[in-house]
Design a protein around this ligand. Structure first.
Ligand code: ADE
Length: 244
């Protein structure tokens, strides 16, 4: 998978050289290219922003550098186009489902906005030749899209075949499979600072362990994410209906 990231802070993306994502890049599974938006500015101050039409606080990223950056990354007459992700708190929510969808793409490009965002014509123009998704990683406001890109790339890269050593670890985790949060996990020693591992996990009884884990998943989900529990309950009811 090819990844292009355009930002005025390319150093922010240095973290993509680390850990699983870095390893995937070194092994050739990922082709990561980071670009400095200011390469496509021509004035002495390398200006990327200007005041908003209609007034108001803050600055808006100018369309010209973005247009040239996207033309350079993905030439309009090229053999293919990337799917363009624009991180913004005003975007569609980033979910595990969207991570799986993006993991199936051969080429993703990311446009990191700063300030009050990017002139809306940039996404509109790009959408004439590529799929564009404005995506939010959560209901809070960051200073720019760079950290959101790190989040999205990590969530997507670990789904690529060959990136995670044991792909089974993907199926039981939170937000995968059954829609419940993952159960708590323990390792040795059996007692630590007065806290014991639940007996059932030491019992060797796989059926009981599975039952306990499922129960803990439901309990946790009810406590922390009642919204997910409601969706899970509805899905289970649908399945029961289909069977009967
Ligand atoms: N940029 C600023 N805040 C953001 C958020 N919550 N998600 C994605 N991009 C952002």
């Amino acid at each position: 998978m090819r990844l292009d990231v355009v930002s005025i802070f390319p150093e922010y993306l240095a973290a993509l050289d680390l850990s699983l994502v870095g390893k995937a890049a070194k092994s050739g599974l990922l082709d990561v290219r980071v670009h400095d938006l200011r390469e496509w500015t021509y004035d002495r101050h390398r200006t990327v922003d200007d005041t908003p039409y209609g007034g108001g606080a803050g600055m808006v990223m100018k369309p010209e550098p973005w247009g040239e950056a996207l033309d350079a990354v993905a030439p309009a007459d090229g053999p293919s186009q990337p799917r363009l992700i624009v991180p913004t708190p005003a975007g569609r929510p980033f979910t595990q489902e969207l991570a799986y969808e993006l993991a199936a793409e051969p080429w993703l490009a990311f446009a990191c906005g700063r300030y009050e965002g990017i002139d809306a014509r940039v996404a509109a123009h790009a959408a004439e030749r590529m799929r564009v998704d404005e995506v939010s990683i959560g209901d809070y406001v960051l200073n720019g899209g760079e950290v959101a890109v790190l989040v999205i790339v990590e969530a997507v890269a670990r789904l690529l075949p060959g990136v995670i050593g044991n792909p089974e670890s993907l199926s039981e985790e939170s937000h995968s499979g059954d829609g419940l949060l993952e159960y708590p996990v323990y390792t040795k020693p059996p007692t630590w600072r007065g806290h014991a591992v639940p007996d059932v996990l030491l019992s060797g009884n796989h059926g009981l362990v599975a039952q306990w884990r499922h129960h803990e998943s439901v309990r946790r989900t009810a406590e922390r994410r009642p919204d997910l529990l409601a969706a899970w309950g509805a899905a289970v009811a649908d399945k029961d209906d289909a069977v009967s």
